[in-house]
Design a protein around this ligand. Structure first.
Ligand code: MV4
Length: 445
């Protein structure tokens, strides 16, 4: 079993990992940059080690410093959280070569699923539907026109080395394809240093629906249902829900089975998420696999009662899963709002001193945050300062509860996106569940 974990992250996820460790009687080592010395998880950890100055590259991405912190504190495992080194296969290898348990999937899992083309080939072999399109890069505009003619318009051109939606071009007719193809290639070259692009059938008005996977080191894989993460701004998730309000039960079953089969196909261990695009006909297509715990894992915890971080730690320690698929029951509906220290209209970061802080409470209300009264929100890192999560019997009760909780949430001294979330909770289309990835553009909030 694991005795002491280095928490190689910061903010709310560092505190979340610390809480799971404490409940498992595992000692905790908080590593932090010099400006994060007042962080809550540093105050609550058994030990703390300063690993470098503020810039992430010199601290939370500094592999040598993190490994050294594990050695000097005699830790036997490292939890990377999300972001930073959480999907860095080289770091996972280094941990294992230093005799440390990396609390996450294997480096091989990351490499297999981290590369877009190999991930598509792997999941296709496992029977998971992918969008019609090319398997590899398309070399010329003429070839692109031929392929697009076979796929059928509209098509979307994507950078092979891209991600997060940057450099995508939607093409509705052969006439506009050559220019879009050239523009996509030059944006791919300037954005990712690789001009290669591929083509897929464009999925109109898609929803982003993802399946939470939990796997041990003995071949057992279960799913914990789905999350609807369609409310995004410039590919940044803002609101996540579980379950997806409009998903028919047979589609849910097929999507979850596909996710489990994809994880089994790569001998996956630890927690992971398979992302799908769901179109207006309720057909779904593999998008990518995230080989880490995700920001939005709490909505799944609220509807299943499973502590995902605890199960991830136990799986890393070699324990067999404590649940069978039949043990997993979905109850009620959960919603998460990401509260950012940003201007609620312009979404520009607004760091600063919090000089008034009160969190909402009551049945079915959870706040995952590491900020407190008089905490200084720093400009060096991501602007998310809290996740407000609610759980209730039905979606409409959850929306009502979220609106009530947002009203109660007091954060003074800095601008936050609380008022933005209030608008969404009172938006007619959102309340009716008519949401897809284009919701925010259409809603003009
Ligand atoms: C698509 C798509 C429609 N059709 N692919 C955006 C980020 C990257 N994960 C994939 N993305 C998309 N790929 C096809 N064939 C629409 C999007 C998309 C999107 C996907 C998920 C969540 C939010 C999105 C916002 C805009 C576009």
């Amino acid at each position: 079993m694991i005795h002491k974990v280095v928490i190689a992250n910061r903010g709310e996820i560092a505190l979340r990992i610390l809480r799971a460790c404490k409940e498992l009687d595992i000692k905790t080592v908080a590593v932090h940059s010099d400006v994060d010395s007042e962080a809550l998880h540093v105050k609550l950890a058994d030990q703390s080690v300063c690993i470098g100055p503020a810039p992430s590259i010199d601290s939370y991405l500094n592999m040598k410093a993190i490994i050294s912190a594990a050695e000097v504190t005699d830790a036997d495992a490292i939890h990377p959280g999300y972001g930073f080194l959480s999907e860095n296969a080289e770091f996972a290898d280094i941990c294992n070569n230093c005799g440390l348990t990396f609390i996450g999937p294997t480096a091989e899992n990351m490499r297999r699923m981290g590369d877009k083309i190999s991930a598509r080939q792997t999941v296709t072999a496992a029977g998971v539907p992918i969008l019609p399109g090319t398997k590899a890069g398309v070399p010329t505009a003429d070839e692109a026109i031929r392929i697009a003619g076979e796929i059928g318009y509209p098509v979307i051109i994507k950078a092979t080395a891209g991600g997060g939606g940057r450099g995508m071009k939607i093409v509705h007719s052969p006439a506009s394809l050559p220019n879009s193809f050239a523009a996509a290639r030059s944006e791919a070259q300037s954005g990712f240093g690789n001009p290669e692009v591929y083509i897929e059938k464009y999925c109109e008005r898609p929803r982003h629906v993802e399946i939470q996977i939990l796997a041990d080191k003995h071949g057992n894989v279960i799913h914990l249902g789905e999350r609807d993460c369609s409310i995004q701004r410039r590919h940044q998730k803002l609101i996540e829900e579980a379950p997806c309000a409009i998903l028919p039960e047979d589609v849910r079953q097929r999507m979850c089975d596909c996710a489990v089969n994809a994880a089994k196909a790569v001998n996956y261990s630890s927690v992971g998420t398979i992302e799908f695009l769901l179109d207006a006909n309720n057909d779904f297509f593999f998008m990518e696999m995230n080989t880490r715990v995700q920001v939005e894992h709490p909505v799944t915890e609220m509807i299943t009662g499973v502590d995902i971080i605890k199960e991830q730690i136990l799986s890393a320690a070699g324990e067999p899963l404590r649940f069978t698929q039949d043990d997993i029951k979905i109850t009620g509906h959960a919603i998460e709002c990401r509260i950012n220290a940003e201007d609620p209209e312009k979404f520009t970061p607004c760091p600063g001193l919090i000089n008034g802080y009160h969190t909402p409470g009551g049945l079915g209300v959870r706040v995952d945050s590491a900020v407190y009264d008089q905490y200084k929100v720093l400009p060096h890192y991501d602007s998310m300062i809290a996740k407000l999560i609610v759980h209730a019997e039905t979606r409409e009760e959850a929306i009502k509860r979220m609106s009530r909780a947002l009203d109660e949430y007091i954060i003074e001294g800095i601008k936050t996106t609380i008022s933005f979330h209030q608008k969404i909770m009172n938006n007619k289309e959102f309340i009716e569940g008519d949401i897809d990835t284009g919701f925010l553009e259409r809603a003009k909030l």
